[in-house]
Design a protein. Sequence first.
Length: 581
Amino acid sequence: MRFPIKRFLSYYKPYLCLFLSVLFCALITSSIALVYPLLVRYITKDVLADQGALDIQNVYWTGGLMIVLTVLQNAGNYFVDYKGHEVGARMERDLRSELFAHMQKLSFSFFDHEKTGKLMSRITNDLLSLSELYHHGPEDYMKYMVRFVGAFVILFVINPSLTMAVFCFLPVLGIFSLFFNKILNRALTKNKERISDVHARVEDSLGGIRVVKSFANENIEIHKFNGENNRFLDSRKNIYRAEAIFFNGVETFIQMITLTVIIYGSSKIVHHTLDLADLITFLLYVNYLVEPIKQMTHMSTQLQEGLTGFARFMEIMNTKPAIEDDSHAVTPSSIQGKIEFKQIGFHYEKHLDPVISNLSLTVQPGEYVALVGPSGAGKTTLCSLIPRFYEVTSGELLIDGIDVRHFEQKGLRKHIGIVQQDVYLFDGSVRENISYGNPEASDAQIIEAARQANAHDFIMSLPNGYDSEIGQRGVRLSGGQKQRLSIARVFLKDPAILIFDEATSSLDNESESIVKASLDRLAKGRTTIVIAHRLSTIRNAERIIVLNQKGISEQGTHRSLLEKNGEYSRLYFREFSSESG
């Protein structure tokens, strides 16, 4: 795949004027740096050749010029350092915003295969490396190129033979640098992978910290983390080893070049083909020749890290959502709530067995339907197809007689409310979490939604009422309280279709009773599908659908299914017996 150079350069466009200003200042400061050795040569060679008063005046004028140049150089360096980094930071912000916005568009199937920690690494570390390349790359390459070419030309004019003697070392130094650059780049790539693994391990362990502590398995998690951390250390050690060899090797070359200039230059002084001022000038300019090659590994590493970061950025940006709206997708203004599954089939991956095969089912507007059956029967998957979290792989799924694939996803989902067993609340206040159902809702509407969800009383008992902070994932609330906030959020959304995914299965009896009352209130007048874990909670459902791996095995009311003495009856009495026991 060709590198998308046009896309890479496009991120400069909003800041092109500022970026060119930074490059111009970098050019000026690099040019000024080349002038200093010439001024030193002028003082030592021309001005101090005689001891007259006029020459002292020239020393003062030359010193004044050097002060002016120093002020200009420092001012330019300040602008380059400050505004250059600002350009990089602005571009990093744009890239991060674009990447995050694209991630929001991706389908569930993408996140099923990606670890959150590794995605976080891409949106932080990778883009930081990329911003460094955007800022420092052009600036550093231009700065060192100006110094290298300028120094070489000046030295060649002063003494061609001594210049060529110095230049003979540079190709060897360049080959040495390129060789270790490859070694260092491999080490850096491995290091980037290792830090992503560390992030993934931290995210996985801290995300499940309650499970860790409930099983008293802290030592296991520490052991697993230390394993990743030690692998990261090994990758860093490889980097440091390569850097140590490289930088010490470069220093050796610099010393050899300096010695060559001193010895060869001194011999020329003896033979009167070079004077002391020119030798001093050579020594001052030698670093300008060596520094670009010395920095080659740093710049190449920066280039490699930045381009790798951009490649990883583009890898996600080029990932298309598994589910996309077609060009003629409609946004429903209202939905009655009739749901029809017509001989639908679904599998998560083509090489996996289908989860649902040839299933047909109709749910009428306002009907209260419960789905029951063993684990793996496809209950949750079936409900995930309704809001198009996943797309049917065969057959049709219709809402109000229209194939859901013809609906715009956001517009469809605004009419569907979901209450899950695993409630997710965001870090923030109670008010912010309830208003997530309708960000434009008034305080009165938020309070009314909380009342309908039987949440208002416990909210008012919190230290700051609706402004109380609940912590990440609502850690400061009980399971029943979190569930009631999630129900209040759906009340505020006011959807036509409701999906309850085992919403009370993890609650105690008292909390379950309170939550069930609010769920029943929420379900009135809406098409409701309940995924039931406890069959005792859905006895009043208008229709109960029993699913197994082959599809729908039976359906009817609670009483009619018990009278059939079939699969539902066996499931129900098995649960009744276990609760009695």
